[in-house]
Design a protein. Sequence first.
Length: 192
Amino acid sequence: MHFEKTALQDAWLVESEPAQDNRGFFARTFCVREFATHDLATTFVQHSISLSKLRGTLRGMHFQRAPHAEAKLVHCLNGGIWDVIIDLRPGSPTYRRWQGFELTSANRRQLYVPKGFAHGFQALTDDAEVHYLISAFFAPQAAGGLRYDDPAFAIDWPLPVTAISEKDKAWPAYLEEPKPGCGTQSQEGPKP
């Protein structure tokens, strides 16, 4: 497996190294030893999957507050997504910065999302299927989110939004969330 640092502190792109032959290939997508070597979460108590039927569907930006904060390992199984993370950790050098990544079934890249980040994605194709490994159980009382179009972050989504949940449209603006400190915004990553 190959681990590539992102522009955001503690977030990683993880790429498999397939062994190929005439039958196809075999590749590891997770290894406790290799994740531990990079000081990443190695226990994932929940595995989830989502299907976005329509290109342009947007899900996010979601997080869980401490003590239920969660790390995620996100992988696109079918189609493609533009996966976006925001560092919401006030003490981090990349606080309030975001970055986007193209994850597809063809490139087989995975995104490691650390605790304290908001996460969301937009489907780049119809029938985009996403698999998540999640380090903490879902705790409804700790669930939070940010508007996908919040001017505090100015995320540059690649497509017009074709579908979004009422819940995701109703998240408060960032400054309405009680957050200690005040950071600076920046935009990271090219559109796919």
